[in-house]
Design a protein. Sequence first.
Length: 107
Amino acid sequence: MNSRPIKNLTVVFKWRTPNPDFIMETLHSVGGAQCLENPDAVKKWGDVSDWHHAIGTGPFILKDFVSNRSAALVKNPNYWGYDERYPQNKLPYVDRVKYLIIPDNPQ
């Protein structure tokens, strides 16, 4: 993997009236596809809808995903966050998280 500085890319949204539902709709388009994408990832993989190509700087890394069933995440060792109340403690505290997706109307 090629190591190089991260570009400073910033997206700013300004709403006249704050509306959390509208903000979430803006960040996620119809069908769950992303509307904000890393241009380097698009150039490298083309199809960034494949979960194997997920990119982020959050506390967890997507390790496994089964559509309409589950998502498994593991602790990101490079996460930058620290606990506000205990600044000496690096976050996250847990090593892994597993989400089970249980639809209201199983098919």
